[in-house]
Design a protein around this ligand. Structure first.
Ligand SMILES: [Zn+2]
Length: 69
């Protein structure tokens, strides 16, 4: 696998487990690193975590983020 493929595999993995969501940067695309991805869906708080579904405004990558209290 070349570096680009490895990067894509890591991004895909992170898109399923969820990247960190911060109030300051929103969700950062795991594929291209663009901050503040569009929020497609916000889930209610589930205990101490909240999940959001995003689409990157630059590369169009779909991924999940996790916000913790
Ligand atoms: Zn992206």
């Amino acid at each position: 696998m070349d570096a680009q493929t490895i990067k894509a595999v890591i991004a895909l993995c992170q898109s399923q487990t969820g990247v960190d969501y911060t109030r300051r940067h929103g969700a950062i695309c795991p594929l291209c690193g663009t901050p503040r991805a569009w929020v497609r869906r916000t889930m209610p708080w589930n205990g101490k975590i909240r999940e959001r579904y995003h689409k990157c405004r630059k590369c169009g990558f779909n991924f999940k983020s996790v916000e913790t209290e």
